[in-house]
Design a protein around this ligand. Structure first.
Ligand SMILES: Nc1ncnc2c1ncn2[C@@H]1O[C@H](COP(=O)(O)OP(=O)(O)O)[C@@H](O)[C@H]1O
Ligand SMILES: [Mg+2]
Length: 250
């Protein structure tokens, strides 16, 4: 069974239809790239998957989304967002808060840990999984804003992982990083997919080709083509897909 299943998802903002009937299966323990030009609706779909879309009063959503077979709109939204974490294009740690507290805060606010020792272990484990522990273990009290951009993004991954999520949504997570830090984040995702489902939004086909197992190519609010990454890049079935992966469609 798919980890996430979208059935005839439609989203409009006010009178403008933005997502116009998306069906998609997202397999567990793999990376699915949501790929498409700017404005095609990639971020909107991600915002549906953790119901962040509900923060936009003008957004109307219809259709169904299932997580492990359960309709996400029937779930407790806080529990959904614990299980389905998200990271963004611009790393958004709380800059004045320490590295440790950035990861610890959500666990404390949501009373997910008992006592200081368990909190420390959870924070350490999240930083290790985000491949940041060795960089920061001697300066956990330093404000997060002093880290480099690449480190801040991995801190945001650590903050997400602290919740022990099943799904990680990543919205163009390397768009603001240099090639070296981009490579680090991509390597990290390849490691993380062994234990979770990753939905990676990208408008950059080479990134989808490098890291994803499946690609859904989105264009103007619809999925033009979906399939194993290799097929999308080597034998696309639609002309639009072929144009996009060869850099002839923006
Ligand atoms: N809150 C909003 N109100 C109105 N239109 C929006 C809103 N958010 C996004 N849109 C529009 O929806 C379309 C898809 O946006 P988005 O999902 O951000 O695309 P992508 O992430 O693929 O660049 C765009 O045309 C955008 O202008
Ligand atoms: Mg976007």
């Amino acid at each position: 069974m798919a980890k996430i299943e979208l059935k005839d998802l439609r989203v409009s903002f006010g009178a403008s239809p933005i997502i116009t009937g998306v069906n998609l299966s997202i397999p567990d323990r793999s990376i699915t790239a949501l790929m498409g030009p700017s404005g095609s609706g990639k971020s909107t779909i991600l915002r549906v998957l953790n119901r962040l879309i509900e923060l936009y009063p003008e957004a109307k959503v219809s259709g169904e989304v299932y997580l492990d077979g359960q309709n996400i709109f029937d779930m407790n939204v806080l529990e959904l967002r614990r299980r389905v974490q998200m990271i963004f294009q611009i790393p958004n740690p709380i800059p004045n808060l320490s590295i440790f507290e950035n990861v610890a805060l959500g666990l404390k606010l949501n009373r997910l840990v008992r006592g200081r020792d368990e909190l420390f272990e959870r924070v350490k484990s999240a930083l290790e999984k985000a491949q940041l522990w060795d960089d920061v273990k001697n300066r956990l009290d330093m404000p997060a804003g002093k880290l480099s951009g690449g480190q801040q993004q991995r801190l945001c991954v650590a903050r997400a992982l602290a919740f022990e999520p099943e799904v990680l949504l990543a919205d163009e997570p390397t768009a603001n990083l240099d090639p070296e830090n981009t490579a680090k984040v991509e390597a990290l995702f390849l490691e993380l997919k062994k234990e979770m489902t990753i939905v990676l939004v990208t408008h950059y086909p080479p990134q989808a080709a490098r890291v994803s197992d499946y690609v859904a190519f989105l264009y103007k609010g619809q999925i033009v083509e979906w399939g194993p990454t290799k097929d999308i890049f080597t034998k696309p079935r639609h002309e639009l897909t072929e144009k996009y992966v060869t850099g002839r469609l923006y």
